[in-house]
Design a binder for this molecule. Structure first.
Ligand code: S3P
Length: 430
């Protein structure tokens, strides 16, 4: 697909419901006693895999309309093994959180599979702590397929070797089924959607600066969850409006959980002009509307603790930094190599193909900023939705446009992405 440059980005828009929260709403809804109504559900290939997974486990999910679901929970211990593998497709959040849940379904066996990308991603990071809790889990040399032999779990205190919300969540969810309290210690704060939703479901959670403790639970109850807009889906448009001169874009109803909005802090340091207004809470999460104006950026350095707060936006940071004055650096982001693709390599290849001056390092990027438009060119998405969107956003700010190989993979998180781009193009022409 070819994406052409855009003269300015103006108007009002909203983005689909948050992917992380949508996964959790369906998974926790499945464990609740009774019905949970999910509104603002972020429909995508990833979250549809979660609906199918809980259906395979005996949970009825009624799809009232595109973004409203009714999940008829089977209770904490009510999931039933389908007796065949459950396909987690491309969804890392699904496979890791579900492993924690299934490990606690005492007396049953489950098998989890996924596509080629998910099958190449590391799973030991969840199977190791869950095995310590007493679950029987086999992997294929640390990868999918996972075979889970669910047993009575013991509580543990576990120090995460990597800052990962997926791993933290898997352990906390398994902790619901453990004999005593379970504590996860984090090297740096990561997104806390699981903690917030468990608390809303009536679970006892104790949060400290560097750790979270969950008590075993008897029952969960949610009734209603409203999902705010996905900051990670707003982020490409935030960067686009920042880079394309003469822009003024409003994005409404976006999740602004401070553990997700690292990109805003980074852009602010770089001279970005993003204003938050109408701050409110949506579904127990901080949210608001954004006013994004174009800005000249200056270089910055992003280090370790900031990485988890912007983990899915770091390719976009590299693009913004490559158009800034001065040399920028990202360090402490080796986790980027374990995403849907090796995002250090994929980002560097894509940005260089568009004329940008970026080098990959073991744990991030070195970026030589040149404050002009990217030239444009042809990039490979590597089947990674965030890289395809990176190419499209760079295209809007570019001189010649960008041809994106396998652009369809945006549907993994944001099926309406290109339609939204088209509507911004119509707005710009008015
Ligand atoms: C997610 C956590 C992050 C993020 C992913 C979604 C989640 O992964 O990259 O897109 O929903 O918990 P890690 O926790 O493995 O870094």
């Amino acid at each position: 697909m070819k994406v052409d440059p855009l003269t300015r980005i103006v108007g009002h828009m909203a983005v689909p419901g948050d992917k992380s929260i949508s996964h959790r709403a369906v998974l926790l809804g499945a464990l609740c006693d009774g019905e949970t109504r999910v509104t603002g559900f972020g429909r995508s290939a990833d979250t549809e895999a979660t609906i199918e997974a809980v259906r395979a486990l005996g949970v009825t999910v009624y799809e009232h309309d595109d973004d409203t679901l009714h999940v008829f929970g089977q209770g904490l211990r009510g999931l039933v093994s389908p007796g065949r593998p459950i396909d987690c497709a491309n969804a890392g959040t699904l496979v890791r959180l579900l492993t924690g849940i299934l490990a606690g379904q005492n007396g049953q066996r489950f098998e989890l599979t996924g596509d080629a990308s998910l099958s190449s991603r590391p799973m030991k990071r969840v199977t190791e702590p869950l095995s310590r809790m007493g679950a029987g889990i086999e992997t294929e040399d640390g990868h999918l397929p996972l075979r889970i032999d669910a047993r009575q779990l013991r509580s543990i205190t576990y120090e995460l070797p990597v800052a990962s919300a997926q791993v933290k969540s898997a352990i906390l969810l398994a902790g619901l089924f453990a004999t005593g309290e379970t504590t996860v210690v984090e090297p740096a704060p990561t997104r806390d959607h699981t903690e917030l939703m468990l608390e809303a479901a009536g679970v006892m959670i104790t949060r400290r600066e560097k750790s979270v403790t969950v008590q075993p639970a008897e029952r969960l109850e949610l009734s209603e969850i409203e999902v705010p807009g996905d900051f990670s889906s707003a982020a490409p448009f935030i960067v686009a409006a920042t880079l394309v001169p003469g822009s003024e874009l409003h994005i409404h109803g976006v999740n602004l959980n401070p553990r997700r909005t690292g990109l805003l802090t980074i852009l602010e340091r770089m001279g970005g002009r993003v204003t938050v207004y109408n701050r409110r809470r949506i579904g127990g999460e901080p949210a608001g509307d954004l006013d994004v104006r174009s800005a000249e950026l200056v270089a910055t350095t992003v280090l370790g603790p900031e990485v988890p707060l912007a983990i899915d936006e770091l390719p976009l940071f590299a693009l913004a930094a490559s158009c800034a004055h001065g040399n920028s650096r990202l360090r402490g982001a080796e986790e980027l190599r374990a995403k849907e693709s090796d995002r250090v390599e994929a980002t560097v290849d894509a940005l260089r193909a568009m004329g940008q001056r970026v080098l990959g390092t073991d744990d991030g990027f070195r970026i030589r900023g040149v404050p002009t438009r990217p030239r444009g060119g042809r990039i490979e998405s590597r089947g990674d939705h965030r890289i395809a969107m990176l190419g499209a956003i760079a295209a809007l700010a570019s001189a010649d446009g960008v041809e994106i190989e396998d652009a369809g993979c945006v549907a993994v998180s944001f099926p309406g992405f290109f339609d939204l781009l088209d509507s911004l193009r119509r707005e710009a022409a008015e």
